[in-house]
Design a protein around this ligand. Structure first.
Ligand SMILES: NC(=O)c1ccc[n+]([C@@H]2O[C@H](COP(=O)([O-])OP(=O)(O)OC[C@H]3O[C@@H](n4cnc5c(N)ncnc54)[C@H](O)[C@@H]3O)[C@@H](O)[C@H]2O)c1
Length: 423
């Protein structure tokens, strides 16, 4: 493909990983494969310049993006990431995975994603607020409660969603709670949203375990990334009798064959902003994380972490993808050939967007549900979505990722076909 095209790939990058995943699903799409090219082309990509005045009086410019990959099934939905490595290509891939995820779980959404190329840890709170507000204003052209609804992702949280909601509301002249999800409870946020992605990782882990006769009680779990997703998933696994034997984040890797103390990990995270110096744990070199034996390995940091080289060393039974795009296609094949069950991101981490959907529905109705009701509905939707994917995998004798793509892409392309092409 011509390197100047916006859909050109960088070898080994997230967009290349996504395109390879699409290639694998096409043979299973039947007559809908006629529409497959739509999956390879983001519908709309907006690049914005974000100038802000820093606390020291200097002016800095940041790059921001919002990509709407596919809107055939409904408004765009997907998080916003603040990270120094954010690129258009990465946001494109993340938006495409949202299209697939929303369809895999059968939520009435298309897929979108956004990001700013910034290390937010280097900004003051005031600078972070200015950055968020100007970004929101710039992408205000294409977002809205019935157009595209952002949510938190890496390095963004409820406070950032509150600023986004306020900025959008100021610009349209009315309080629009439904423009973002993952908001504080007082501003139309939903109970259960904060831990919903981690809860979903656990629910799907439990569904898998049941089908392969693997007890959670006593299972060894290794977790990469101890942020929103990784910490909530680890807490639930530990609460159900599993041993968290290794945890890695950007501050280091800690190990304990008898299980790390979750309360201690949480306290260390609150104190240091990372778990690298957790008391009572052995600190091991980062690369050794991939040699730790486990029953569940949960990547919950960034994409591209499970490389072919690491896949060869990994000794686990189930890879539960909490992160988006953590496994490159070649590593996927290595793991599958070794008999490791890889449970793809598009179902394993769909708990977050599912409760985001609940939040949006509650905002529209201005009627709010109890946490029990939310968790019950979440479990029901995820278990049902997983059942369909599992059965599709068994039927075609294909890995779960391809099965999830078959279920999702059939829904997306069916909608595309029924809508027809405009004009
Ligand atoms: N937050 C959500 O609701 C949600 C939903 C679905 C998927 N995800 C995905 O889950 C992943 C984590 O998101 P999050 O919201 O928990 O982010 P977060 O910012 O809360 O946490 C990220 C974690 O990754 C760790 N990390 C960063 N770089 C690392 C490195 N090089 N090596 C090891 N660890 C590293 C950080 O230390 C931190 O613990 C991302 O891939 C995200 O897209 C998040």
């Amino acid at each position: 493909m011509n390197g100047l095209s916006y859909v050109a790939t960088t070898a080994g990058g997230p967009w290349a990983t996504y395109l390879e995943q699409v290639e694998r699903v096409v043979p299973y799409l039947g007559h809908l494969s006629r529409w497959a090219e739509t999956l390879r082309r983001p519908k709309r990509a907006l690049i914005v310049d974000i100038p802000i005045e820093m606390d020291d009086g200097s002016i800095r410019h940041f790059e921001g993006f919002r990509v709407q990959h596919n809107l055939s099934r409904g408004p765009g939905k997907g998080g916003v990431r603040f990270h120094p490595d954010v690129t258009l290509e990465e946001v494109m891939a993340l938006s495409a995975w949202m299209t697939v995820k929303n369809a895999a779980v059968n939520l009435p959404y298309g897929g979108a994603k956004g990001g700013i190329r910034v290390d937010p840890k280097t900004l003051s709170k005031k600078e972070l607020e200015k950055l968020t507000r100007r970004y929101t204003s710039e992408i205000g052209l294409i977002i809205g409660p019935d157009k595209d609804i952002p949510a938190p992702d890496v390095n963004t949280n409820a406070q950032i969603m509150a600023w986004m909601m306020d900025t959008y509301s100021m610009n349209v002249g009315a309080t629009a709670t439904g423009v973002v999800t993952g908001k504080p409870i007082e501003l139309g946020g939903s109970l259960g949203r904060l831990k919903s992605t981690g809860r979903g990782v656990f629910v799907i882990g439990r569904e898998v375990a049941r089908r392969i006769d693997l007890p959670i009680n006593g299972a060894r779990v290794a977790v990469q990334g101890f942020g929103n997703v990784g910490s909530a998933a680890a807490e639930l696994f530990a609460g159900n009798g599993a041993k968290i034997v290794a945890v890695q984040d950007h501050t280091g890797t800690v190990y304990n064959a008898n299980g790390l103390d979750i309360a201690e990990l949480m306290a260390t995270l609150r104190r240091d902003g990372g778990i690298g110096k957790c008391p009572g744990a052995e600190v091991i070199p980062n690369e050794q994380f991939w040699d730790v034996e486990s029953e569940f390995l949960i990547p919950a940091a960034l994409e591209g972490q499970l490389t072919p080289e690491r896949a060869k060393r990994i000794k686990t039974r189930v890879v539960l993808e909490g992160a988006n795009g953590p496994t490159v296609p070649e590593a996927d094949d290595i793991l599958t050939n070794k008999g490791v069950l890889v449970v793809p991101d598009v179902i394993a981490n769909a708990g977050g967007v599912t409760v985001s959907y609940f939040e949006w529905v509650q905002d529209i109705a201005s009627f709010f549900w109890s946490e029990d009701e939310i968790n019950m509905r979440l479990e029901r939707i995820l278990s049902e979505a997983f059942r369909k994917i599992w059965e599709t995998g068994q039927q075609h004798k294909i890995p779960l990722r391809t099965a999830a793509f078959v279920v999702a892409c059939s829904r997306i392309l069916q909608a595309r076909e029924e809508r027809g092409l405009y004009p």
